[in-house]
Design a protein around this ligand. Structure first.
Ligand SMILES: [Ca+2]
Length: 484
């Protein structure tokens, strides 16, 4: 048995074996390993202590980073929730999927702006072969816990390959994080429900219960390997946390700090505590030796106000959620694959949400699945984080309005980053190596670079069938009316 096993392992992981830094190290057989995919909501690139925050306290995620590879140039596929989630599950870019904004926004686009936003689909098509479908086909138990935000009831996790759904619905946030999670105060006062939760009572905090549901799954997954989504709503609005934690951070507040929202810090601290409960269970049960763990976020930090206070700040990166500046797109990412990823390493290669699909496909030896993929496998980087980054452009398309942006596309090629606004064609060019904060627009100095990148961006939009915004004729006539 033994020689056969090692032959199988060697064949399956020839490419990663070649990239392994330690000579003679035996590459692990990652096929059959469990997968825990932890996705935070609206968590910014600079929010965790291990990514530089001096105000927030995230000891459990910091400790996880020391056992994993920490990526410094990870991108969400979109600057808002639903499109990134769709991209992550399918390996296709939001522009290719036709899902470029979140469901509610797609149903109610603004009609009073210079451009009419591109049409965006609110439901992830059932024809897509999600990661969960692939894992279920391979004999895994598949479970989704937390935020879904990928369509109406016919498109819930159960319809996309998940055996279990706790909390996944149409909505992007609860009305309130405290029981009963619905109410009449926010988001138009409509009823919001949390399917699959039982026994919740007054005073309960939703993230605590969602972590509890994840722990239940870890304790009993039917004797099968599992693919488990732990997609909490933290740290999306409403910014709410247990009061004692909020008071703790109020006492810690200092005006010179980049981060200075005590409620947000408290919410993040409680989220970190809950992720810690889950990671501790992996360790004490021994599951960590056979479980791939991914931790990331669906878009950059939210820089608007909630209850009169700016939620977070992505400095040194520019802007936040909604924008195609780095603050809207860059996210924390940490990956641990037992026996494969060097503990405590960092990886500076630019990677993106669509890479998870082919990477997990490779690590788990899954079936063919989606044939048109926009991501690439980064399995080699997981074995050798200092290795060569994939050679490709990263392209983004957000043909919508948000408080941080007007309709825009962007391309990152090497250290160049070009933004092209779709409501007039103006461009901005930054050299991220010299200027990670996107402060110095060098587009007028480098017309050749601008021309090349615009062509590549337009070519990409054409390839993926990106939908474009249109000039709003009513807006024009309004201007004419108001001009003397
Ligand atoms: Ca989000």
């Amino acid at each position: 048995m033994k020689p056969q096993q090692s032959e199988f392992t060697r064949r399956g992981f020839l490419s990663t074996a070649a990239a392994l830094p330690a000579l003679g190290a035996q590459p692990p057989n990652t096929r059959g390993m469990n997968v825990l995919f932890i996705l935070a909501d609206d968590l910014g690139w600079a929010d965790l202590a291990c990514y530089g925050s001096s105000f927030h306290e995230t000891p459990n995620l910091d400790a996880f980073a020391r056992t994993a590879i920490q990526f410094t140039n990870a991108y969400a596929s979109a600057p808002v929730c639903s499109p990134t989630r769709a991209a992550l599950l399918t390996g296709k870019s939001p522009a290719r999927l036709g899902m470029t904004t979140w469901h509610e926004a797609s149903m109610d686009p603004p009609l009073n702006r210079p451009m009419l936003p591109a049409k965006s689909d609110g439901n992830l098509p059932l024809s897509e072969i999600s990661l969960a479908k692939l894992y279920r086909q391979a004999g895994y138990r598949t479970a989704h816990v937390g935020k879904w935000h990928l369509g109406t009831a016919g498109y819930y996790p159960e319809a996309h390959g998940f055996d279990l759904n706790v909390g996944g619905t149409f909505w992007g946030a609860p009305q309130t994080f405290f029981y009963p999670f619905s109410g009449d105060q926010r988001y138009g006062g409509e009823f919001r429900y949390v399917p699959g939760l039982s026994g919740a009572k007054a005073g309960d905090y939703l993230p605590d219960l969602l972590a509890g549901a994840v722990l239940n799954e870890l304790e009993d997954h039917g004797g099968k390997p599992f693919f488990l989504n732990y997609w909490d709503h933290s740290v999306h609005t409403p910014i709410e946390a247990p009061q004692d934690l909020v008071e703790k951070f109020q006492r810690k507040l200092q005006p010179h700090r980049t981060h200075r929202n005590p409620a947000y810090a408290a919410m993040l601290a409680r989220y970190d505590y809950n992720v810690g409960r889950v990671l501790d269970h992996l360790r004490t049960s021994g599951l960590d030796r056979n479980t791939i763990v991914v931790f990331t976020s669906d878009n950059g930090g939210y820089t608007e106000k909630f209850d009169g206070v700016q939620v977070t700040n992505n400095l040194p990166l520019r802007s936040g959620k909604g924008a195609l500046y780095e603050g809207g797109l860059r996210v924390p990412l940490m990956i641990r694959v037992p026996g494969l990823t060097p503990a405590g390493a960092t990886c500076d290669a630019p990677v993106i949400s669509t890479d998870f699909y082919p990477t997990l496909q490779a690590l788990s030896g899954l079936g063919v699945g989606t044939r048109t993929l926009d991501g690439v496998s980064i399995a080699d980087l997981l074995a050798n984080p200092g290795g060569r980054p994939p050679e490709r452009d990263l392209c983004f398309h957000f043909p919508h309005y948000y408080p941080t942006t007007t309709p825009v596309s962007a391309i990152r090629a090497g250290s160049w980053k070009l933004l092209e606004y779709l409501d007039g064609g103006q461009v901005e060019l930054y050299d991220l190596r010299e200027d990670p904060g996107e402060i110095q627009d060098v587009s007028t100095k480098l017309p050749d670079v601008v021309r090349t990148l615009r062509q590549r961006l337009a070519g990409w939009r054409n390839d993926v069938g990106a939908r474009m915004p249109a000039v709003n004729p009513d807006f024009k006539s309004k201007i004419r009316e108001t001009k003397p």
